[in-house]
Design a protein around this ligand. Structure first.
Ligand code: HEC
Ligand code: HEC
Length: 495
């Protein structure tokens, strides 16, 4: 009995020491603005089921004075607050909760402006930051109506009303739709600031999905790929960085050209991918699947279509179709992603562009760009995550999000599947284009480094990759078996 007691105490001691070390590691890996640390060329960080790799292709990066890591505005924030290497150049809810605890909510990431549900709320209370702490969502205030580059209002095809306002921000006299500066607040996840040569590739004069002219890069005058941000509102990394400094960092003065160039230089050379799995070991191995790991992202070409069976989105996984349990599961998951056909139904900008509705295709039909699984053409699609009735779990989850009622003008083209009256938690692209057909269309994110940056979807509604897969299984009636779900999850987690 005594001996057993001693063993139990010993085991408890070991567990405590290990978990303390584990927590220490997490603490050290959160980078604060102005810390001056030097990032090595390659680093690996713990993620839920292995490690995420971060590669600086230009060699070690001194963050000292580097504007990506320096607070340039008035709230103490730098880009790195929301784009942390340890979380795949994004952030995770677990990381944010940990940060809330260690800084008692004082970290600038929680700044009132957009790190809380609404700036007017009491900032010291956890519940004023519930969307950030529970779903990893920042407030994105967007002017309504949207404006052209010269500041003139864009024509819009619908009226918008606030029907549910759990954060109080959309009906607030100071910050809301009826304020002096009419604003719509939606709540969104940070998209990874990495692998950006893929995200910014492409650019054709006409957007295939809409037949309309593509946005132009204000500097070069060339058409852009329109895959940046949830609603493609930023044409280039430079305009994005300026907006982030004036918005997220609350700067009063515009950044210098040199600062912007330095930011774009840093973020254009950083690559993120899952690097190892807790049971499966290293993922980027000689003779293994060619797209795994960060070096492949650095070396491969951007802008290549992968919706084919000879050179697919994430390469061939034939090398892993053996006896190893984990590897075989990932390989089966890759096959499901690429080849498993199901009926795509009522997804605007896929089913509505002459391909057919329903349409028997695969995950890779939408997620078709090699290496990242974005869309090679402008990527906004209404897959059903934000619009009623397919929005993610309306009874519980979405009750934390605002709900807008959109009423389309009589002479406008209606939403192809929902008609002229649409309830939505985030109108997505329509907040920028002003078009009714775009309501609920969201630009798909890149699918790399997923394990390090839960939750998923722009509104953070899928807490885990399992919830992502369950959403698709439900939405498109895929009838996946438990084994197939596990395979798909293992595959996504290896990217
Ligand atoms: C307060 C948190 C926060 C800060 C600070 C911040 N970002 Fe972001 N970032 C976000 C969010 C949220 C999004 C997604 C917004 C959306 O989709 O509407 C985003 C999106 C991006 C994207 C788009 C990636 C893609 O695939 O579409 C890039 C690039 C980016 N940020 C770079 C930066 C840079 C550079 C800075 C500093 C100048 C910065 N961010 C500061 C939260 C932040
Ligand atoms: C009809 C087009 C379409 C199909 C088919 C599709 N997706 Fe998506 N996917 C999207 C869009 C659009 C988003 C962004 C939605 C959002 O953020 O609300 C997305 C987002 C995701 C994300 C979230 C990434 C992140 O960073 O949050 C994952 C993971 C994903 N899809 C995996 C899959 C898998 C696996 C399949 C097949 C079972 C699939 N998708 C089929 C369009 C599609």
């Amino acid at each position: 009995m005594r001996r057993l007691f001693v063993i139990v105490i010993l085991i408890a001691g070991i567990v405590l020491t290990l978990s303390a070390q584990y927590q220490d590691r997490f603490k050290n890996t959160w980078i604060e603005p102005g810390s001056g640390v030097t990032l090595p060329e390659f680093d690996a960080f713990d993620s839920v089921d292995g490690t995420v790799g971060v590669l600086n292709a230009s060699g070690p990066v001194s963050t000292e004075g580097n504007p990506f890591f320096t607070a340039l505005g008035t709230n103490g924030r730098a880009c790195v607050n929301c784009h942390q290497p340890t979380y795949g150049m994004s952030v995770s809810t677990s990381g944010l909760v940990e940060r809330w605890r260690t800084t008692e909510g004082k970290d600038p990431v929680f700044a009132a402006f957009d790190g809380s549900n609404c700036p007017g709320l009491p900032q010291d209370q956890e519940k004023s930051h519930s969307l950030l702490l529970k779903r990893g969502l920042f407030r994105i205030p967007l002017s309504w109506p949207p404006k052209n580059a010269d500041g003139s209002p864009k024509p819009v095809e619908f009226t918008i009303e606030v029907v549910r306002d759990p954060t109080g921000c959309n009906t607030s006299p100071q910050y809301g739709l009826k304020s002096a500066d009419p604003t719509i607040s939606v709540y969104r996840r940070p998209r990874p600031a990495a692998n950006l040569k893929y995200v910014t590739s492409g650019g054709r004069p006409i957007v295939l999905k809409t037949g309309m002219l593509a946005d132009l890069d204000p500097e070069t005058g060339n058409p852009v790929g329109m895959n940046l941000m949830t609603d493609a509102r930023e044409p280039s990394l430079k305009t994005q960085a300026v907006s982030a400094i004036m918005g997220h960092e609350q700067a009063h003065e515009a950044p210098s050209r040199q600062q912007i160039e330095k930011i774009v230089e840093f973020e254009s050379q950083v690559y993120v991918a899952q690097q190892a799995h807790i049971f499966g070991g290293p993922l980027a191995v000689a003779g293994g699947p060619p797209a795994l790991g960060v070096a492949a992202l650095r070396d491969r070409k951007a802008g290549v279509l992968g919706d084919n069976d000879y050179d697919p989105v994430f390469g061939l996984f034939t090398a892993w179709k053996g006896n190893d349990y984990y590897r075989a599961s990932v390989a089966r998951g890759a096959d499901i992603f690429m080849f498993r056909q199901f009926w795509l139904r009522d997804a605007t900008h896929i089913n509505s562009i002459g391909l057919g509705n329903p349409l028997k295709r695969t995950c890779a039909t939408c997620h078709n760009a090699q290496m990242t699984g974005q869309d090679l053409s402008a990527g906004w699609v209404d897959v059903g995550t934000t619009n009623y009735p397919t929005w993610t779990d309306p009874s519980t989850e979405s009750s934390e999000l605002p709900v807008f009622k959109i009423t389309c003008n009589r002479d406008a083209d209606p939403h192809p599947y929902l008609g002229r009256v649409i309830y939505t938690t985030d109108p997505g692209r329509a907040l920028i284009s002003g078009r009714c057909v775009d309501v609920g269309s969201i630009v798909m994110q890149q699918l790399r480094g997923l394990s390090a940056r839960a939750p998923y979807f722009a509104n953070g509604s899928a807490k885990t990759l399992r919830e992502v897969v369950d959403f698709y299984d439900r939405r498109f009636d895929m009838k996946l078996t438990d084994q197939e779900k596990e395979d798909l999850i293992n595959f996504l987690g290896a990217l």
